[in-house]
Design a protein. Sequence first.
Length: 230
Amino acid sequence: MKVLFDNLVNTATLAALHADGSYPVTNIRHVFLKKAFRSTEATDTITVTFAADKIIDSAYLAFTNATAVTMRLYNVGGTLLSTKTIPVATLGLNFTAISAVRSVQVDLTAAVDVYLGALGIGFAYTMPDPVHDWEPGFQDNSDFQSSDDGQNLINKVAWLGKYPMNFFVQSVAKWLEIRTLLSVMERPVFVDFFENAKSIIPPFYAVIVPSNPSKSYNVIRFSLEITEAR
């Protein structure tokens, strides 16, 4: 299980070839997923430029109509370091870490004007495995109104994916590392439950709420409630 706590897109310089003036490319780092970047073309390229060299091993996308996504990574001199294809079925990719990355170009192709809600690029943090099988669930925020005579009105809101997970670690240092990452989290992050089998639960943009930890027999136990964000 990986979590992209440090999304390099949030502090990078962004550009797009055909951005709609009302939906600029900077929208891909807005905390609201549905405040998206939109292009005036079916194919567009987003360029992400960093102020210093970065190490990258993961890329994620959310809320997009793209049917094909290609990512190219360059060094400070503009030399191509690697080209990656991000599967549109899961919109996430993990790969062997690439160093000295100074810029990334992401090509998006759709049937009509392409749009993208969020882009995550960086070095994902590897969480310990949950202590038991994942337990999928949903959070229904729909508004239901009923009268005494049986009339019903439903303001339907699409269910949010919700996953409570339990963990344990045998190292205080490891728990403190995880606690620090969670305590400074100021916005939703990309969560990748099964980095080697993304079709089970595709990566998604989410908020993480931790429980208070407990300690017994040198084992620290804690829970995380991971809820889809939009």
